[in-house]
Design a protein around this ligand. Structure first.
Ligand SMILES: Cc1ncc(C[n+]2csc(CCOP(=O)(O)OP(=O)(O)O)c2C)c(N)n1
Ligand SMILES: [Mg+2]
Length: 341
């Protein structure tokens, strides 16, 4: 699998894509700082949610995304905010990155007023169409079919949107993966399939469930590009997604991108990971640490500025939590609204 470089046919309609082309496949300084800040917001917010779950405030149905935020955000950085996104269950960086307010996410998580799904979706099903956030399929593997169907709609409507669908390595073993990638490929649909391979599906190592080393190698079976990128390298992720977006907008069809990721925490909030030998050792591979070092070395942020950023975000998170705790629970009558259209 070759790492595709941006081609000469770049459209020019996307500032972030243009920027990465100009800098020869590297994110510019402003983008790196932005990605770092949103990743920090996601990390702090998620840790607070886990604590709230342990305190009994919300069901412990949170799948921590710690370790995977930088890659998720680098991917989104080169897409338009209007590009429809179907996210995965792991973490909140996707929706925070799209600008969904923390109060809305907290309200969804706790079934309070002010959320996006009126108590019906809980934490994993925040939907915010104005921000291109189309939710997550509770049945893993459902997203492939939905993304492909959305791709057909976009193509029929002759819009130049690109659908991005994030999913895990375990999910890539569902039959819907095959049906969808084949159809998206043959119809040349504008979909970017992004597999975050974190080496685990709950407590099952990928090597036990998956016959190939690289999930991206399956792209060959559909005649589409398959690209492997390092989830610790924001530039590599952003460049691969920029190339895939350009290809999709040009009507050339889908791309399968595999991010080699690290899951720093348990499958869900209260998972102690007794099954995992690398539980402590993997912390050194945290992409946040690498980006932190890079920003300091490049003189883009000082340690003091990062500490200040952390304090500011912590206050922001606590304020959002106080606001949502004071909001009323969603009325039971709303259980029967928005179910059919
Ligand atoms: C069809 C289906 N089977 C099982 C589950 C339960 N489940 C939720 S997350 C998960 C693991 C998924 O692993 P992976 O796709 O690698 O994502 P990760 O959790 O590692 O991010 C499972 C089995 C589900 N939601 N849907
Ligand atoms: Mg996984």
């Amino acid at each position: 699998m070759n790492k595709p470089r941006p081609s000469a046919a770049f459209g020019g309609a996307d500032p972030a894509v243009d920027a990465i082309k100009r800098t020869n496949g590297r994110l510019d300084d402003k983008a790196l700082v932005e990605i770092f800040e949103v990743a920090m917001r996601s990390r702090i917010f998620e840790a607070r949610l886990v604590r709230w779950a342990k305190e009994g405030g919300i069901p412990p149905l949170l799948h921590p995304g710690a370790g995977q935020e930088i890659a998720q955000l680098a991917a989104l950085h080169v897409l338009r905010n209007s590009d429809p996104m179907l996210y995965a269950h792991r973490g909140l960086a996707y929706i925070i990155g799209r600008g969904v307010p923390l109060t809305a996410i907290l309200a969804d998580a706790s079934g309070r007023e002010g959320g996006t799904n009126n108590g019906k979706g809980g934490l994993m099903h925040t939907v915010d169409i104005a921000r291109g956030v189309y939710g997550e399929s509770g049945t893993l593997g459902g997203g492939f079919v939905i993304a492909t169907g959305m791709g057909m709609a976009i193509k029929k409507q002759r819009r130049d949107d690109v659908i991005v669908h994030f999913f895990g390595d375990g999910t890539s073993n569902r039959g819907t993966f095959h049906e969808s990638l084949n159809w998206a490929a043959v119809q040349k649909l504008p979909v970017i399939f992004i597999c975050e391979n974190n080496g685990w599906a709950v407590s099952v190592p990928t090597s036990v469930s998956t016959a190939v080393e690289d999930i991206a190698s399956r792209a060959a079976g559909y005649g589409i590009p398959g690209v492997v990128v390092d989830g610790g390298d924001a530039d590599e992720v952003a460049e691969a997604v920029a190339v895939a977006a350009e290809r999709a907008r040009a009507g050339e069809g889908p791309t399968l991108i595999e991010i080699k990721a690290v899951r720093l925490l348990g499958h869900f909030a209260t998972d102690m990971q007794e099954y995992r030998a690398d539980r402590d050792e993997c912390q050194a591979r945290d992409p946040m640490l690498a980006l932190r070092r890079r920003l300091v070395e490049a003189g883009l942020l000082t340690e003091e500025q990062m500490a200040e950023m952390e304090r500011r975000i912590t206050t922001e998170v606590e304020d959002a939590l106080d606001e949502v705790k004071a909001a009323p629970l969603v009325s039971g009558e709303l259980a029967f609204t928005d179910l059919y259209s």
